[in-house]
Design a protein around this ligand. Structure first.
Ligand code: ASP
Length: 318
C-alpha cells in the first residue's frame, strides 16, 4: 500500500504488512531485537521521542496492544494519551476524522488506531498532516501489523531459518486480522509452508492467503509443524447463529497436549491473546514448555518501539 511509504521509501504509516517491502520488515525486526531484554532485566529506555505525542485511539476493546503501545512510547520519552471506547467522541456522532483533526490541532505526532471499520486507518492516513503518522492497532478482521511483526520476531528468535519452517495456524482464520498479518509477513520472509486449519465456515476465501495449504482436520495440519498458532473464535464478528458450539469446537480443533505430539518435538506454540483456555488451547499447553505466548507479549513492546522510531525518522527527515 503506497500510502505507507514516503517518496524516499521510508516508513510513513504502518497500516498493513501486505506488500510491505522485505527490507523494511527486516529492518523493523532488527531494530526490535535491540529492545528485547531478559525478563529480569530493566526495560531499555531512550529519549528519542521526547517532545512527541502519541494518541492511542482505541474504538474496539484492547488490553495488551494498547498497554504495549503505551509502554513503547513512554519508554522512548513520548507523551501518551489514551482514548478508548466510550470515551471517544465518535460515540457522540463525531466522525473519526474529526476526532483526529481535533487531536492533530493539539500537536499529536502519532495516532495508533484500533477500529472495527475496514479502511478507516488508511482513510485517516491519507488526510493527516505531512509530519503525522498513523499506525494500525488492529483494523476489523483485516490487519494487525504490529501483531504480525511481533509474531515474526518471536518465530525468528527461536527458528531463524524461516524458509525451512512449516507454520500451522488453527482456529477462526476467516475473522482473524492476526492470521492475515501473520500470513503476509511469513510470506515476505519466505516461509516454506503455511497451513490453515479451520472448519469450512471459519476458513477464509480461496483468494486469500495465496499458497497456503488448507486442512479441515487438526491432526493433518499439525503433522511435523514447527510453529503452531492457535486463535480465538471472534464471536464479536459473527452473528449469534454462526458461533460454533464450544464443546464441539474444542473436541475437533482444541490444541491439546496429546494433539501437539503430531507436531515436531521442538515446535513452538503461539497465541495472540486473549485466550479462551480449554477451548482453542488446553491450559497445560498454553503454560507448557513449548509455549512462547509470554514471549510474544514481551516482544510486542520491542516491536512497537521499533515502529515508532522508524516513523519518527520519517518525520524528522522531512
Ligand atoms: N488481540 C487480537 C486482536 O486484536 C486477537 C484477538 O482478539 O483474538 O485481533
Amino acid at each position: 500500500m503506497s500510502v505507507q511509504l514516503d517518496a524516499a521509501g521510508r516508513l510513513r504509516h504502518l497500516l498493513t504488512l501486505d506488500g510491505l517491502p522485505a527490507p523494511i520488515v527486516l529492518g523493523l525486526l532488527e531494530r526490535a531485537r535491540g529492545f528485547v531484554h531478559t525478563p529480569q532485566a530493566r526495560a531499555p529506555r531512550g529519549r528519542q521521542l521526547e517532545g512527541r505525542t502519541v494518541v492511542n485511539l482505541f474504538l474496539e476493546p484492547s488490553t495488551r496492544t494498547r498497554v504495549s503501545f503505551e509502554l513503547a512510547a513512554r519508554r522512548l520519552g513520548a507523551d501518551v494519551v489514551n482514548i478508548e471506547g466510550a470515551a471517544a467522541s465518535t460515540v457522540k456522532g463525531e466522525t473519526l476524522l474529526d476526532t483526529v483533526y481535533t487531536l492533530q490541532s493539539m500537536r499529536t505526532d502519532f495516532f495508533v488506531i484500533r477500529t472495527a471499520e475496514s479502511g478507516a486507518p488508511a482513510s485517516v492516513a491519507e488526510r493527516v498532516a505531512a509530519d503525522v503518522s498513523v499506525v494500525s492497532g488492529g483494523e476489523s478482521h483485516l490487519s494487525h501489523p504490529t501483531q504480525g511483526l511481533l509474531d515474526a520476531l518471536t518465530i525468528v528468535q527461536r527458528k531463524p531459518d524461516v524458509d525451512r519452517l512449516v507454520v500451522c495456524i488453527v482456529g477462526d482464520i476467516a475473522h482473524s486480522r492476526v492470521a492475515r498479518s501473520a500470513g503476509q509477513v511469513l510470506r515476505t520472509l519466505g516461509v516454506r509452508e503455511l497451513r490453515l486449519v479451520a472448519p469450512p465456515e471459519l476458513m477464509p476465501d480461496d483468494a486469500e492467503f495465496p499458497g497456503a495449504v488448507r486442512c479441515l482436520e487438526l491432526d493433518a495440519g499439525l503433522a511435523d509443524a514447527d510453529v503452531v498458532m492457535a486463535l480465538r473464535i471472534q464471536k464479536e464478528r459473527m452473528a449469534t447463529a454462526e458461533i460454533p458450539d464450544r464443546a464441539a469446537y474444542r473436541e475437533r480443533y482444541g490444541l491439546t497436549g496429546k494433539r501437539l505430539r503430531s507436531a515436531r518435538r521442538d515446535a513452538i506454540v503461539m497465541h495472540p491473546g486473549p485466550m479462551n483456555r480449554d477451548v482453542e488451547i488446553e491450559s497445560d499447553v498454553a503454560d507448557g514448555p513449548q509455549s512462547v505466548i509470554r514471549t510474544q507479549v514481551a516482544n510486542g513492546v520491542a516491536v512497537r518501539m521499533a515502529v515508532l522510531l522508524a516513523l519518527a525518522e520519517h518525520a524528522s527527515a522531512r
